[in-house]
Design a protein. Structure first.
Lengths: 456, 77
């Protein structure tokens, strides 16, 4: 990471970032930019550097936050209409941790509204374009963050991964994307989607940068009771010898060029002395129904707080309170938000709870057991990130099930709570990036990062 | 919602429900459900008053209409 010093100033780094942001304007990466604030902060950091102070490990490094990270005094819309006027009253823990090390937030990045989507097309502010092909989607839901890093506007960005929202856009834009162990990083001050899956993580250009960001942010936070006691810094990276390949992903549901990328990587790793083992995980056949039952249930619960009363958008001209709730939600939520709220309430309703929600919660246990068994046979798993390379804008957005199918390879680790790291691996014939994800057991974050460094 | 919107949504939801219903094929007899992957229960903290990140005035500023520290809404009944 290029940090500021006495010769390269934070002001210069920030100015460069804004120049690039302006140059790549048509990619629709940003929902807001904070030029004045960022320059003021850069000047302050430069002064501290001039005085000989240690500003931190991210001194003067400009970065971008996904639009669901709260930053006090700034709009945090989650790229939705219902939170469009929402000025955050607090700052999220991850942003504070990064700023404490001298990093400078330059803006917020576009996303699928409330992180509901796999392409960043469900944003109230329109889609973000893919960094390698403007006619293709950026991936999602953290599409803006991924493209900001891929276009080199900034060296790192924050994202959140509930069902693949960091790993998939990282793959679609040819960069690294880390989804930590559930509970490794704090969710405080990040707009909730599905609370038992939501994990905050990062985009960067190298495994070394991911390592630094994890070292800074993977801490217990008393403001998020689901953070784990500190483990990351003390953990030892395990030497990877055996790499598992999921047999159930080696079939027609996966694009031929992506399967070739997996095969090529395996051949390369074999020649370097790693052992490849095939793993069977039959429950993966049902992973999308499991995810698309439990996650909407949690979404429906979390999104019930947006009622137009205390904050955010409020619909005008409602005769009574009941009408106000209805109008606010109807006008404020995007189509995909509404679908998930309704499906969530359906699977939780008394007549259908056992057949859907309870059944999915039991199947989740089976999946956890299968992953535990898999990690008895291998140290890490290497898998495709998505069944297809970046697809055309508009090609799937009106067909929710087709869009859900794009999450086939990413959602399982969120159900299990384990970490995953996307690494750039190959390109399609037409020049679109293909990433692969490395998966490990709970708390193996350091092993994954170390392995990514080893094979880079 | 308009009739048109409702029709489209009904079609979408039918497609989604058909798809997630595939889960009925899987055998989960005798399996305990998992609701969270956090491994812990009942995380306690001391019951102390703490300085929070935002105060009452800042929180009330977020609402559309406020009067004397109360949030104003249309009639309830």
């Amino acid at each position: 990471m290029k940090t500021a010093n006495k010769t390269v100033t934070a002001t210069q780094l920030v100015k460069d970032a804004f120049k690039k942001a302006e140059f790549f304007k048509d990619y629709n990466v940003f929902t807001s930019l904070y030029e004045k604030e960022a320059l003021a902060r850069a000047a302050e950091i430069d002064e501290r550097i001039a005085r000989g102070e240690n500003v931190g490990r991210l001194a003067g490094v400009p970065f971008v936050a996904k639009d669901n990270y709260l930053v006090k005094g700034t709009i945090t819309s989650a790229s939705s209409h219902i939170l469009e006027p929402f000025v955050a009253p607090v700052t999220s823990t991850v942003i504070r941790q990064l700023e404490d090390e001298g990093a400078i937030l330059i803006g917020k990045a576009n996303m699928d509204a409330f992180a509901h989507g796999s392409s960043t097309e469900n944003s109230y502010f329109g889609p973000t374009l893919n960094s390698h092909d403007k006619t293709c989607v950026a991936g999602g839901s953290s599409g803006g963050s991924a493209v900001a890093v891929a276009l080199d506007v900034v060296e790192f960005a924050t994202g959140s991964d509930t069902g693949g929202s960091i790993r998939q856009p990282a793959s679609f834009n040819g960069i690294y994307g880390m989804k930590p162990t559930y509970g490794a990083t704090s969710r405080y001050g990040v707009v909730s989607m599905a609370s038992s899956f939501d994990t905050d993580g990062f985009f960067a250009k190298s495994a070394e940068d991911i390592e630094l960001l994890m070292d800074i942010c993977a801490h217990r936070d008393e403001k998020d009771m689901t953070t784990l006691p500190d483990f990351y810094q003390e953990s030892e990276a395990k030497t990877v010898k055996k790499i598992g390949i999921i047999k159930d992903f080696n079939n027609d549901t996966v694009d031929a060029e992506i399967r070739q990328a997996v095969d090529a990587k395996c051949a390369e790793l074999k020649s370097k002395g790693y052992k490849i083992v095939e793993i069977e995980m039959p429950t993966l056949k049902y992973v999308l129904p499991i995810y698309y039952i439990i996650s909407p249930a949690e979404i429906a619960s979390n999104l019930s707080r947006y009622d137009g009363i205390r904050y955010g958008f409020r619909s005008e001209n409602s005769a009574d309170l009941e009408a106000l709730y209805g109008n606010t939600r109807n006008e404020g939520f995007m189509k995909e938000n509404k679908r998930r709220i309704m499906i969530g309430n359906f699977v939780l309703s008394s007549g259908f709870y056992d057949a859907y929600f309870l059944k999915a919660a039991k199947a989740r246990t089976l999946l956890i057991q299968e992953y535990a068994k898999a990690f008895e046979q291998c140290d890490v798993i290497l898998a495709p990130v998505s069944p297809n390379p970046p697809f055309k804008i508009g090609s799937k957005v009106n067909d929710p099930v087709a869009m859900y199918l794009e999450d086939l390879m990413t959602v399982s680790i969120n159900l299990v709570g384990i970490p995953g790291l996307t690494i750039p691996a190959a390109e399609t014939k037409s020049g679109l990036p293909i990433g692969l994800q490395v998966l490990g057991p709970r708390r193996s974050d350091k092993t994954l990062i170390n392995f990514a460094k080893e094979i880079a | 919602m308009t009739d048109e919107e409702l029709d489209a949504l009904q079609g979408d939801l039918k497609g989604i429900v058909d798809y997630i219903s595939e889960l009925s094929e899987i055998n989960t007899d005798g399996v305990e459900p998992t609701y969270q992957v956090f491994e812990m229960e009942n995380v306690w903290r001391d019951d102390e008053i703490k300085e929070m990140d935002a105060n009452r005035e800042e929180l009330l500023e977020l609402t559309t209409e406020e009067k004397e520290n109360q949030i104003k809404v249309p009639k309830v009944l």
